[in-house]
Design a binder for this molecule. Structure first.
Ligand code: FE2
Length: 224
């Protein structure tokens, strides 16, 4: 029993180390993507909590948010140095692979398995025109729908190298206009209620402890 616990702890420490390395590597490649992942995790957990998800599901959604773009690690540097609003066609095609790459990276890590589908499906759309599979509303897991809304809101309201952040009101408009085509309407309205009540997350860069806290709690070490 004691040996089991020790080997589980050791395995957990190894996984945590791997994840910190992945997160750090992503930060070195693109600091925006790293900090964005941290904010998406926090927004996604807030929405999941407001929707009444269990503590375990809230954590899983948080991990999905944290690592939703981890597959971008494998993308070409030209994508990160691009300063145009729209990427050239070949690079757009490449970007469309990142959910598959991210899911492949995470699927063998035991306590991240429940979050893999949220990474894999975070660019699916309600109307079936998303990627990589073109799933429709009822086929998309709720956690992926949540990550998708948090992802859009943070992407719109923060500054990127090629684009200045827009107002919260503009982000609400974009989310509401995207209902039924892109996003689940009920989740969008609940998300807006949550932001109105508890505010936005400031753009202060990555939270170095967030991955650690989420992974610890997912591994059964109750620190959240
Ligand atoms: Fe993404």
């Amino acid at each position: 029993m004691q040996q089991n616990l020790t080997s589980r702890k050791r395995l957990y420490e190894q996984h945590l180390h791997t994840l910190s390395e992945i997160s750090q590597a992503l930060g070195e490649k693109d600091r925006y993507t790293q900090a964005h992942g941290h904010r998406v995790a926090l927004y996604a957990m807030r929405l999941a909590r407001r929707l009444g998800f269990s503590p375990e599901d809230i954590r899983n959604v948080g991990m999905g948010g944290l690592f939703h773009d981890v597959g971008k690690l494998a993308l070409s540097d030209r994508i990160f140095t691009n300063r145009e609003n729209r990427l050239p066609r070949d690079l757009r095609q490449e970007v469309r692979c990142h959910p598959l790459i991210g899911a492949a990276l995470l699927k063998n890590i035991d306590f991240l398995k429940p979050a893999v589908d949220f990474v894999l499906f975070h660019h699916e759309r309600e109307d079936g025109n998303g990627y990589p599979f073109g799933l429709k509303a009822g086929e998309i897991p709720p956690g992926a729908k949540i990550v998708s809304i948090a992802d859009c809101f943070d992407a719109v309201t923060t500054n990127r190298p090629y684009q200045k952040g827009q107002s919260v009101a503009s982000a609400y408009k974009i989310l509401r206009e995207g209902c039924r085509r892109y996003f689940c309407e009920e989740y969008v309205e609940t998300f807006i209620e949550e932001i109105e009540e508890n505010g936005i997350i400031p753009d202060t860069g990555p939270d170095p402890l967030l991955a650690d806290k989420l992974v610890r709690s997912a591994a059964g070490y109750n620190v959240m």
